[in-house]
Write a new protein. Structure first.
Length: 86
């Protein structure tokens, strides 16, 4: 299960599972994925994949970094193309 701590999803790999981060944290609500519009989703994906790409680079995960960079570019391109049409 994913747990949210002050707006960030915290994952901890412990013996192949995920660790709970305290009683004050709430489980991730799936309704969060139904809010917002297409542009907000693309912006979130671009930002998040950029951050994940940095983590992948720090740990020498070349292929994962490449895929995350491609994801970031695609999400940013989606936003740019929408703005060009407006």
């Amino acid at each position: 299960m994913l747990w949210v701590d002050t707006g960030r999803v915290i994952l901890s790999k412990i013996l192949g599972g995920l660790e709970q981060w305290g009683p004050e944290d709430e489980p991730l609500d799936t309704d969060i994925y139904d809010s917002g519009d297409r542009d907000e989703a693309a912006a979130f994906i671009a930002e998040t994949s950029g951050e994940l790409s940095k983590i992948a680079q720090q740990h020498g995960l070349k292929m994962l970094r490449h895929l995350l960079d491609m994801t970031q570019l695609e999400a940013a391109d989606t936003l740019r193309s929408k703005r060009r049409l407006s």
